[in-house]
Design a protein around this ligand. Structure first.
Ligand code: ATP
Ligand code: MG
Length: 416
């Protein structure tokens, strides 16, 4: 992609009151735009990152048998009433109730903040027998919540993206083994995303009396506090922390701020009961379907990655989610530089089949290099009179300090 063609430009101007580092960097770099508190537009550069995050999540969900679907955001009042979440949760959680009375009829909708109701109702139609179980479906969808304090950029949106997976089982043992499988998939996802997430016990909130498991990334920007052991895998959210539950070892417990990037729940029969989702077992007896639900916030993940990977100059994307792999920069307007740089652009893009952003703008070296640091693309390549004279290419990783001069053959090897 030619940088001169990008829809967005870098900017020094931040919207008033934007204090979150992730939002500040992403806005400056032209990845997102603030629409209102907790509501952001994803510009083309930002969407490239978000799509990569979603793709990683999809691959790992598909790998544990999840089938992707898409549920509606507008969820009629009757659904929430069945599960008892209209007055308690919908009004409080989303605040937003769309009242269609003015249009026609007297339909009231809640904007979906999570979709156990909708999916529980669908399950009733397709799950009749033990032979139809287990099943797992997921979606990546926009959610709405009336977050009181939406000052953490992408970490706490009033509108945000969630991947929600729902699983259906004939018995608790099957739910338990799928739950472990999902935890394994989540570990893979966060590893691929470059996030060291700690599996943390937490309360069940609106869903369950059992503990749930949160995936927590240690970071000062986090709004959660976790108590975790430095030696074993003990970790509990502050809300339920009990020192005497730490029995595995004598390791020291630390408490730190963390960002909850994922959360898995054993729902049991709460929603299948509300929606009468039953199946016939081998003996012809009716039983309630047992459910699990598993969430990840891709937009929060994007904000978390920025909080984890940045320096005073800008973002430092992990390769797995970077908008481009290579940032090719030509310095100076001489025809020789232009020719060499555009040739290399073709080579890297086509022969090496890598995503390249090519800065062919006529701007100062300072401006181009500053923009490159702000963007945070993993590999920076510079072509200038100086590199041409040396018959070399200048390469620098965004995460490293010093550039190196290498040949084109060495470059191909390095990038692979
Ligand atoms: P929190 O405690 O941070 O408010 P939650 O526990 O209410 O979040 P869940 O209902 O478990 O959130 O949602 C599943 C996932 O969706 C979370 O783990 C998080 O990654 C993401 N998520 C939840 N709320 C938001 C939000 N307001 N903005 C962005 N992502 C969110
Ligand atoms: Mg949660």
């Amino acid at each position: 992609m030619l940088q001169s063609q990008l829809f967005s430009k870098t900017t020094k101007n931040l919207p008033e009151g934007e204090t979150a580092k992730n939002a500040q960097l992403l806005i400056k770099a032209g990845f997102i735009n603030k629409s209102s508190a907790g509501v952001y537009s994803f510009l083309p550069l930002g969407l490239r990152v978000l799509n990569k995050i979603n793709q990683i999540i999809r691959e790992e969900m598909n790998a544990i048998g999840g089938e992707e679907l898409l549920l509606p955001s507008l969820v009629q009042r009757k659904y929430w009433e069945k599960s008892g979440r209209w007055d308690v949760d919908i009004i409080y959680k989303t605040g937003a109730v769309i009242n269609q009375r003015v249009l026609r009829g007297d339909f009231e909708y809640g904007l979906g903040w999570t979709h156990e109701e909708v999916v529980g109702d669908i399950a009733r139609h397709f799950i009749q027998s033990y032979k139809d179980l287990p099943k797992a479906v997921y979606q990546i969808q926009t959610k709405f919540r009336a977050e009181a304090r939406a000052q953490a950029g992408l970490l706490r949106g009033r509108e945000f993206l969630m991947k929600d997976l729902y699983s259906f089982h004939a018995n608790t043992e099957d739910l338990n083994s799928y739950y472990q499988l999902a935890i394994g998939a989540y570990k893979k996802i966060f590893k691929r995303l470059g996030l060291g997430a700690i599996v943390t016990e937490a309360g069940g909130g609106a869903f369950t009396k059992e503990y749930t498991h949160e995936f927590q990334v240690l970071n000062p920007a986090g709004e959660d506090v976790i108590y975790y052991c430095r030696q074993c895998d003990f970790s509990q959210n502050k809300e339920i922390y009990n020192a005497s539950a730490h029995k595995n070892c004598n390791g020291e417990i630390k408490s730190e701020s963390a960002i909850e990037v994922g959360n898995v729940f054993k729902l049991g029969t709460k929603f299948s009961e509300a929606f009468n989702a039953q199946y016939l077992d081998k003996n012809g007896n009716k039983n309630l379907v047992i459910m699990g639900s598993y969430g990840i916030g891709p937009t929060r993940v994007m904000g978390t990655i920025v909080e984890q990977y940045n320096d005073e100059k800008g973002i430092i994307w992990p390769e797995s989610v970077a908008p481009f792999k290579v940032h090719l920069i030509e310095l100076g307007d001489s025809p020789a530089v232009k020719k060499a740089a555009s040739g290399l652009y073709q080579t890297i893009g086509q022969k090496l089949d890598m995503e390249v952003l090519y800065d062919e703008r006529s701007a100062s070296a300072g401006e181009k290099l500053n923009d490159a640091d702000l963007f945070g693309i993993p590999w920076r390549i510079v072509i200038s009179e100086k590199t041409l004279a040396a018959k070399k290419i200048e390469v620098k990783k965004r995460s490293e300090k010093t550039p190196q001069l290498i040949t084109q053959t060495q470059l191909a090897k390095l990038l692979k």
